[in-house]
Design a protein around this ligand. Sequence first.
Ligand SMILES: [Zn+2]
Length: 225
Amino acid sequence: MIERPSPNHAARQSAVDVLVLHYTELPLDESLKVLCDDRRPNRVSAHYVLAEDGTAYRLVAEDRIAWHAGRSHWRGRDALNGASIGIEIVNLHGDRHDYPEAQIAALIALCRDITRRHPAIVPRNVVGHSDIAPRRKVDPGLRFPWATLAASGVGLWPRAGAQPIDGDMQAALQRFGYPPAVEVTTDDVVASFQRRFRPSRSDGIADPETRALLADLLDQVKHQA
Ligand SMILES: [Zn+2]
């Protein structure tokens, strides 16, 4: 772990129970520069930056708020910076560029370390920026290996073969954690769900496969916090 303190942080008012994963859109050096810049009109930061070779940089202590999530929503709460830890993973566009194996191995180790220290970060609370800010954000992108992470105990991944969920898709998505269709449409929220859990087709159409994947995820979290 390389210490690279950022001046962009604030005091926490609430406990940590969400982990948000991002990609940087910028190379490592530029990412560190932006995330440590306190003269920008919109100051941003993250707790950690993960280089492509797996080197981890600590910018903000976990007991301080970092400014990575922006307008966001998960499981009934808005503005998730206050309750979350944010990791910026160096990748120029996660829809187009694979994440190197060494980077993902280091990410899994870092996430496991974080969730061990913050047991309130249950698997369903390990999210992508795109989950908590549909339409506005697409990171960590279609090529992000969520299934590999879930196989290592970080976040969830749906099993195939569940009975498709009936009825109101928006309500079911919100039961899992997704935002209400307030500043976005239900299609946007469905597309965000697909981006995460069915990256082969993220078209916003709540087809039977999408409904089945959501049914399985809701079943997985039925007895969880
Ligand atoms: Zn992001």
